[in-house]
Design a protein around this ligand. Structure first.
Ligand code: HEC
Length: 130
């Protein structure tokens, strides 16, 4: 009883600090694309500020690249492996472009890549989201 409560508290704590890596496609999608709190919106909104905090943005785009690379490790619920690998590779390329724009402190570039990212959801979902 005591131990299980303690473990539950620990799990909550680790979850809060983000130390537990994503463990499913859905979890990656939420971490990456959830409105406002997802990395995509956080980066987009931070870069649109009059005086962007580039150090913070660069930290987030790096985290986004690592997260994007995780995607291909999971099997999609639908579609072929070849198609999945192709879509995942394209996705990583887009997030890398986001990271490159952040490295150059290029707010316009970030906005442009974000449009590309927004246009990429449907193709992958059509092929792989049931
Ligand atoms: C490389 C492929 C790929 C790309 C690109 C992609 N997704 Fe997904 N997404 C998936 C798959 C596959 C699922 C379904 C996972 C499952 O059902 O197990 C999914 C599920 C989701 C979900 C449901 C999560 C949940 O918990 O129910 C959301 C929301 C989502 N995606 C948002 C987005 C948005 C927004 C974009 C574009 C900015 C995007 N996705 C781009 C593959 C992708």
């Amino acid at each position: 009883m005591r131990t299980s409560k303690w473990l539950a508290a620990l799990a909550v704590l680790l979850g809060m600090t983000g130390l537990i890596a994503a463990s499913s496609i859905d979890e990656i999608m939420v971490k990456a694309h959830k409105a406002r709190t997802g990395l995509r919106d956080q980066i987009k909104n931070a870069a649109a500020m009059p005086n962007p905090d580039w150090a913070e943005i660069q930290k987030k785009t790096k985290e986004f690249v690592e997260l994007a690379k995780e995607l291909v490790k999971y099997d999609p619920p639908m579609g072929t492996k070849e198609s999945w690998q192709k879509h995942c590779a394209e996705y990583v390329e887009i997030i890398k472009a986001l990271d490159e724009a952040a490295a150059k402190k290029d707010a316009k570039g970030i906005a442009e890549v974000n449009k590309k990212l927004g246009a990429s959801c449907k193709g992958c979902h059509d092929a792989h989201q049931p």
